[in-house]
Design a protein around this ligand. Structure first.
Ligand SMILES: *[C@@H]1O[C@H](CO)[C@@H](O)[C@H](O)[C@H]1NC(C)=O
Ligand SMILES: *[C@@H]1O[C@H](CO)[C@@H](O)[C@H](O)[C@H]1NC(C)=O
Ligand SMILES: *[C@@H]1O[C@H](CO)[C@@H](O)[C@H](O)[C@H]1NC(C)=O
Ligand SMILES: *[C@@H]1O[C@H](CO)[C@@H](O)[C@H](O)[C@H]1NC(C)=O
Length: 346
């Protein structure tokens, strides 16, 4: 048993002593679009410097193992860069990584007498950065977590929001945190994940009612109540409530009367015992307005104002006509006098 083990080690040792190729990291992983370096060293006893050196790409195609020189592949033109030498460094850099680059790579070198190809290979994995934000719709004050996913372990990831570095990946969202987030691998800032959006929503605020009375409150006219609010997203659901105070007791009955931003109350229903309020609701919350009470007076005030305008108008017209009549009468008598005088001049 022990002798077999010793024999194997010696064999491996002798094989390694003749020549070897070693890869620092035989299964690197890199982000699509970024660059990767296959750090590689080699040694041989056969001569002082190697002749040709090249890298192969190996993949299984239709059940057959195919190896192709990178220099023969147009898709690697300008993307592969041999940064090694003819003696011991055989490192290769691949730029602008594509999904298809996820295959095996081999190093090959020729000496005066023989060609050597690495027995082992570098297997490259190409991953994409997937940014996520949990949850993606929050209210101000809610906790948010940013998550950058990759299919293999990489360096630390860093976050950017609208072009600026984000220091924390977990925080309590405020209105100004809304925006587009993307992650990058530290040291490879040129490759960003697709952005993800965080929406920070506000419940309705400043909910108020505007009352518009018709100019004349007649039996068939109506008073309109309009509810408004500021919210994000904008309020789409408004509900109206009417509370009727009972004159005999302190009790009051509350009923839901309508929905929609505008409530029309027929003049005949206007009563000083009715209190109206609206409720504004969006996806994050609901808020009530204060109560308003309608009066028959408002409309009547407008009506009496009209009467005043009418009376003043008629008055002015009468005065105008009267003064014209007076002027005309005066002119008549004056002109009559002068003509009379002229006629009697000698
Ligand atoms: C490589 O770069 C050269 C010079 O810039 C260019 O002419 C050629 O089209 C490029 N090849 C590929 C495959 O992009
Ligand atoms: C609510 O109204 C107040 C006073 O008019 C104003 O200062 C504030 O900015 C308003 N808030 C919103 C969210 O519009
Ligand atoms: C109230 O709304 C109705 C329907 O939109 C409209 O016909 C009427 O003129 C409005 N009245 C007032 C006083 O704004
Ligand atoms: C708003 O008004 C409705 C109806 O009166 C009531 O049920 C609800 O509790 C009120 N909400 C708040 C926050 O006051």
């Amino acid at each position: 048993m022990i002798s077999i083990l010793v024999l194997l080690i010696v064999e491996a040792g002798t094989q390694g002593a003749d020549w070897f190729v070693t890869f620092e990291n035989p299964d690197p992983c890199a982000v699509k679009g970024s660059s990767v370096e296959f750090r590689c060293s080699y040694s041989y006893k056969d001569g002082k410097t190697a002749g040709e050196t090249f890298w192969y790409k190996g993949e299984l195609k239709k059940g057959k193992w195919e190896r192709v020189k990178l220099s023969d592949l147009p898709s690697y033109e300008n993307r592969s860069e041999y940064v090694g030498d003819k003696q011991q460094n055989c490192s290769l850099v691949l730029h602008d990584l594509q999904r298809d680059d996820a295959v095996h790579y081999y190093f090959h070198f020729n000496t005066k007498r023989f060609g050597y190809r690495s027995k082992k290979s570098v297997y490259l994995s190409v991953t994409e950065l997937r940014a996520r934000v949990h949850p993606d719709r929050v209210r101000a004050g809610d906790h948010v977590t940013l998550e950058c996913k990759t299919s293999c372990s990489l360096n630390r990831t860093v976050w950017y929001k609208d072009g600026r570095k984000v220091t924390k990946s977990t925080f309590q969202a405020q209105a100004e945190d809304a925006g587009k987030y993307s992650c990058v691998v530290e040291g490879q800032e040129s490759v960003r994940s697709d952005p993800v959006t965080l929406d920070v929503y506000d419940p309705p605020m400043n909910v108020s009612i505007e009352v518009s009375y018709p100019s004349i409150l007649t039996e068939d006219s109506s008073v309109n109540l309009t509810c408004s609010s500021s919210a994000n997203p904008a309020v789409k659901h408004y509900t109206w409530f009417k509370r009727t105070a009972s004159p005999n007791s302190r009790d009051s009955s509350l009923i839901q009367v309508a929905s929609g931003q505008v409530l029309s109350v027929p003049a005949v229903e206007v009563s000083h015992t009715d209190l109206y309020h609206c409720q504004a609701r969006n996806i994050v919350g609901e808020t009530n307005s204060t109560e308003v009470v309608l009066t028959k007076h408002e409309g009547l005030n407008h009506a009496s104002l009209h009467h005043v305008i009418l009376i003043v108008g008629v008055g002015v017209a009468v005065l105008l006509v009267l003064s014209l009549v007076i002027i005309w009468a005066w002119l008549q008598t004056y002109l009559g006098k002068t003509s009379h005088q002229r006629r009697h001049k000698p």
